[in-house]
Design a protein around this ligand. Structure first.
Ligand code: 2GW
Ligand code: MN
Length: 298
């Protein structure tokens, strides 16, 4: 289990340019107050990172839920992940679905596998996205821990635009939600009801993280998802609904268990929200979701 960056000897052919005096961007925060990197394009050297992670021979899992109507997003998700996600690494897709027979059969590149995990689409969940925490924690403990080093969890209604690779890997990482960049913590959409397990007081908070992309070592993802699931269960028993479902609990966890890497909003770009000239890697396809939902309601 690799929870730390280990010291790895890299070959001398990696002769990269070190642009310490002319940083790529000036107007971005590149380190959290607890001194872990905030990953933006241009702040890392891919060649050097590849050498490091290839020598460690890592295997990465990508867990995604495609239940009910949202199954329609799976094809584009998988196709773009094949093109851009962890290219050249051993990888396993873990697809949780209620319709295994409808999972699109796409050609996977070498070293990449697809595992289809059938689950029921329980109606009692306030929001199906919350069900992910329970399933991911259970499967992390029973299966993922033996099969992959890192586990990445993603929404299905996204597409990859650009390479997303080992620069994201760390014990625990979260992604900055594009809608809250540059805003004060008291304006974040944290859960404000004091009775909720997801509650964060107005004078606390670092960042607002998206529920659409997070991950880390399997052990850390297990701890996070287990916490979120248990907290949800407590709230559900008291009939408390959180502001943003699983995302509220994720934010609670990441505030008190600091991630070891933070991904910039380039990793979950949303062109409706974010107009900064950033290098978009992934796209939260809200517009498309709304369109499709409207169509299916007709
Ligand atoms: C069912 C009812 C209401 C909302 C979602 C679903 C649903 C979610 C579903 O019918 N089928 C399904 O597979 N999902 C999975 O949950 C799927 O992987 C989807 O991408 C994920 C999150 O739901 P989504 O994409 O509709 O939520 P968003 O795009 O509004 O996302 C943010 O807020 C969510 C909580 O409300 C989550 O935290 C999510 O991670 C956030 O990006
Ligand atoms: Mn989504």
């Amino acid at each position: 289990q690799m929870n730390h960056m280990q010291v790895v000897t890299v070959s001398r052919i990696v002769n990269y340019e070190l642009n310490m005096l002319t940083p790529f961007k000036y107007d971005i925060l590149v380190e959290t107050p607890w001194m872990v990197p905030i990953v933006w394009e241009g702040t890392f050297n891919s060649e050097l990172l590849h050498e490091h992670f290839q020598l460690q021979n890592v295997t990465i899992g990508l867990a995604v839920f495609a239940i009910k109507e949202l199954l329609i997003f799976l094809k584009l998700f998988l196709e773009t992940a094949e093109e851009y996600f962890m290219e050249g690494y051993r990888m396993k897709y873990y697809i949780f679905t209620d319709k295994p027979e409808s999972v699109p059969l796409i050609q996977l590149k070498r070293g990449r596998q697809m595992v289809i995990l059938e689950i029921q689409s329980h109606a009692h969940w306030q929001n199906l996205s919350m069900y992910r925490m329970e399933r991911i924690s259970t499967f992390s403990r029973l299966r993922f821990i033996r099969e992959v080093d890192y586990l990445v969890c993603a929404d299905v209604d996204i597409k990859f635009w650009n390479h997303v690779s080992v620069e994201i890997l760390s014990s625990l990482f979260g992604t900055l939600h594009p809608g809250f960049i540059g805003r004060r913590r008291d304006s974040y959409d944290y859960e404000r009801l004091p009775q909720s397990q997801a509650h964060i007081p107005v004078n606390e908070g670092d960042f607002y993280y998206t529920g659409a992309f997070f991950g880390g070592s399997v052990l850390e993802v297990y701890k996070l998802t287990k916490f979120c699931h248990q907290a949800m269960m407590v709230d559900q028993a008291h009939n408390i609904k959180s502001m943003w479902h699983d995302e509220s609990y994720l934010n609670k966890y990441l505030l008190y268990h600091k991630p070891t890497k933070v991904l910039s909003p380039e990793y979950m770009w949303d062109k409706n929200l974010l107009k900064l000239p950033v290098f978009a890697k992934m796209d939260a396809r809200r517009e498309l979701v709304q369109k499709i939902t409207k169509q299916s309601l007709k």
